[in-house]
Design a binder for this molecule. Structure first.
Ligand code: CMC
Length: 392
């Protein structure tokens, strides 16, 4: 059908119109529904930001209370769902367990799969936000062989998640407010980022009118890759590797510059931000504050700062406009909070969830949206005649 553009990696293609998140990559600006990310990170809460992303406006006190209450009464998993986790290998990585369990929600809640019934969309929104932290903590508990902890709905969203993750039965587990506040803020920073790979995946799957659980499950898989959300895990592995090899940052940077197979400066570079990532600046400061306030000094933080300093003074990185992204310092904070490396991308997923939901809902409500079906440039053989197997 006439003229088709070729744009590998969609470097220059707008796949939709959206009123949710604004990014100016050159100026390092990120806003949710018009509100600057630094104001939200400092003054808001994750559930308030979730409401903002999904419904378009900041909630009144009454709206936020009702929203929080709705979420808190849906945190429990169906008992069959709880047993679902036992089917995985004992050391299963929690990220695919999370996406499998989110996918399985569509079998437990077959009453809420119609994308065009607003009430069904509403209840699946609440269920997803409510159950994702429970699922994430169960995935973790499964991987370390500890019993699952039921949610405690007297606690806030993040506090509840921390207790289910780090608590054990019959033992008081007061949640450290410094940790809860920092994690809430990190969730805000991750809550949406317009048409990134996982969000585009959620929209892609949803564009066929697949249900919200299925679409979000696909988004979680997209996020797991090391070029996307998996980078936070890869950064810590990189830092630990440098430390194990004697802490020679300069020689590691040389390996990156020599483009050694598979050696990248993880946590650096971004498709859109070519000046700095405004989230990275907030996370860097938080990393220092949290590690200090928790009195958990980590030599890897010094290593990361040295790495950043060397890279930012090096023409290889400067000329390619490579700066630290949101993932560069987050892993260090998660580690100080007690999370093992394999949980880092799960935390990113919990933060990104309201963004995926908001973007999916915006697409479903947009009368101009169509099934996503890109074209291609065919580079294969021209027509040729079939050759029987005996004659090949
Ligand atoms: N280390 C070393 N070189 C890099 C890096 C890096 N982290 N990132 C880009 N480059 C080089 C790349 O080799 C290329 O060089 P040349 O022009 O000589 O071929 C140039 O910079 C342009 O890179 P690109 O791969 O064309 O850029 P992209 O927009 O396709 O990729 C990216 C963006 C984020 C995938 C990439 O920068 C990267 O792989 N970074 C490391 C992984 C990472 O930290 N990902 C997290 C992204 S932010 C949060 C999230 O999305 O989850």
């Amino acid at each position: 059908t006439g003229y088709v553009t070729y744009d590998p990696g969609f470097m220059n293609t707008s796949s939709c119109a959206s009123a949710i998140t604004y990014i100016d990559g050159d100026a390092g600006i990120l806003r949710y529904r018009g509100y600057p990310i630094d104001q939200l990170a400092q003054q808001s809460s994750f559930l308030e930001v979730s409401y903002l992303l999904i419904y378009g406006e900041l909630p009144t006190r009454a709206q936020l209370d009702a929203f929080s209450e709705q979420i808190s009464i849906h945190t429990l998993l169906h008992e069959d769902m709880r047993r679902f986790f036992d089917g995985f290998r004992h050391d299963a990585h929690p990220m695919p367990v999370l996406s499998s369990a989110v996918s399985a929600l569509s079998t437990f809640y077959q009453d809420s799969l119609d994308p065009f019934d607003p009430q069904q969309v509403e209840i699946s929104t609440i269920r997803l936000l409510a159950k994702a932290p429970t699922i994430a903590s169960y995935a973790y508990k499964r991987s370390i062989g500890q019993p699952y902890i039921y949610p405690d709905n007297t606690l806030g969203y993040v506090e509840n998640f921390l207790r289910m993750t780090f608590g054990v039965p019959s033992v008081e587990h007061p949640v450290d407010p410094v940790v809860a506040k920092a994690l809430d803020m990190l969730f805000i920073l991750h809550a949406d980022h317009e048409q990134n790979c996982s969000t585009s995946t959620v929209r892609m799957v949803g564009s066929s009118h697949a249900n919200l659980y299925a679409s979000v499950s696909a988004g979680i898989h997209a996020l797991s890759g090391p070029l996307h959300g998996g980078a936070n895990e890869a950064v810590l592995e990189m830092l630990a590797g440098i430390q194990a090899a004697g802490g020679d940052v300069a020689s590691f940077v040389n390996r990156v510059k020599n483009k050694e197979q598979g050696v990248k400066l993880m946590g650096f570079g971004h498709r859109v931000y070519k000046n700095y990532d405004p989230r990275a600046a907030i996370v860097k400061k938080a990393a220092r504050d949290v590690l200090e306030r928790m009195d958990k000094p980590d030599p890897l933080l010094d290593l990361a700062m040295e790495l950043e300093e060397i890279a930012l003074a090096d023409d290889f990185f400067v000329s390619r406009k490579l700066y630290p992204n949101v993932d560069f310092y987050t892993g260090l904070i998660y580690k100080a909070m007690g999370f093992p490396t394999k949980m880092f991308t799960v935390l990113f997923a919990l933060g990104r969830l309201p963004g995926w939901i908001a973007q999916w809902r915006e697409m479903i409500e947009d009368p101009s949206s169509k099934i996503n079906r890109p074209r291609q440039v065919y580079t294969g053989a021209t027509e040729r005649d079939f050759v029987h197997i005996a004659d090949r």
